[in-house]
Design a protein. Structure first.
Length: 364
């Protein structure tokens, strides 16, 4: 059992690596951007070492390439913040090391006093994920006896140099931004939302005993839309302080994807609410939402028209065009409303409300 599990895990890792390699040549993929960032990180480290060792002639300038490597981040804004936090963390570590060696007699006592203080300082929220370098810097400098004045100043100079070079490389060489996949992801989610609505319409007409219920599909759609929303937020963050943010194409791509995803998100929530209602109705002892077959047919027609409207309106929003009028959806909704007049069962009234909610979400 364990051997089979290990074999499956290794096979999955190998398939993932092969998929990554195949995606590298394709423009706009995460794999290609990751490779570009790796090459930029290597370039920044080499430049930092060369400047520190050969231009400034600093002794053992290990911090310069280290900081340059760390500072190359997926967004320019994040790179800038990381550079400032890295400099602050190393400066605090150097300060703690100098004070500990000055106050305490012997390396062991200096480590015993300095490392706990540096460890506590590493939790300063302003340092974020760079806080761990406070303790690392303090411990390393005390351990290798490099807290004398020139060496301490050299470490600070190396840190500043590495941060500047890392930020400069990330800013000037193909500044990263992840907007090229937003259109494809949003189109995929719009198609999934439309497919969900069509499945709901089929279940309204025919019922379903499938294990993969529309409610479970609606939950998976929610997860995919949340992932696309995270990608959209990352794209916005990637444009902060980015010299390429002025490109009209880049800004338009983000704005169009935001509007289209908002449509998909609204329809997905409304669709999930109706899917949950139908799923509850399948459980033992629960009444059907609408005993009237004609009402179920009219409801299904509205939901199908909403599916068509979602696809066409999302495509128009992504293309930067005015969304078309959903005339078929309006006509189907009028037909449904005509069937809902007069006294109706409570379950049918609940179904009517959920179907109207889908229609409104698709056209708002």
């Amino acid at each position: 059992m364990v051997r089979n599990s290990v074999r499956e895990d290794v096979g999955q890792d190998l398939r993932g690596a092969w998929g990554f390699a195949r995606a590298v040549p394709r423009r706009g993929t995460w794999a290609r951007e990751t490779v570009a960032q790796a090459l930029k990180a290597g370039t920044a480290a080499v430049l930092a070492w060369f400047c520190a060792a050969h231009v400034l002639d600093l002794p053992q300038p290990y911090l310069a390439p280290w900081v340059a490597l760390v500072v190359v981040r997926p967004t320019v804004h994040w790179s800038m913040l990381t550079g400032l936090r890295q400099v602050a963390a190393v400066a605090l570590g150097v300060l703690v090391a100098v004070v500990a060696v000055t106050v305490m007699p012997g390396k062991e006592l200096a480590l015993a006093a300095g490392v706990p203080v540096a460890f506590l300082l590493s939790y300063w929220p302003r340092l974020d994920d760079q806080g761990s370098y406070v303790a690392f810097t303090a411990m390393f400098m005390i351990a290798v006896d490099s807290v004398e004045e020139p060496f301490a100043l050299f470490r600070l100079l190396e840190t500043g140099l590495g941060a500047v070079i890392g930020m400069g490389v990330n800013l000037l060489i193909a500044p990263p931004y992840r907007v090229l996949t937003l259109d494809a992801r949003t189109k995929r989610d719009a198609a999934a939302a439309a497919d969900l609505l069509r499945s709901v319409a089929t279940e309204l007409r025919e019922g379903s005993e499938a294990e993969d219920t529309v409610a479970s599909r609606a939950r998976r759609l929610d997860e995919r839309v949340a992932e696309t929303g995270a990608a959209l937020r990352h794209a916005r963050a990637g444009l902060r302080l980015n010299p390429r943010r002025g490109e009209a194409r880049v800004q338009d791509t983000v704005e169009r994807a935001d509007r289209a995803l908002d449509l998909v998100r609204r329809v997905g929530r409304a669709g999930r609410s109706l899917a949950d209602l139908l799923d509850d109705a399948r459980r033992e002892g629960m009444p059907r939402p609408a005993p009237d077959q004609g009402f179920r047919e009219a409801s299904a027609a509205v939901v199908e028209a909403a599916a068509d409207a979602v696809e066409s309106r999302a495509a128009a929003l992504l293309a930067g065009e005015e969304p078309p009028e959903a005339e078929e959806l309006s006509a189907a909704l009028d037909g449904l409303d005509g069937r809902g007049e007069g006294p109706v069962p409570e379950a049918q009234s609940a179904l009517h409300m959920e179907v109207r909610r889908i229609a409104l979400a698709a056209t708002r």
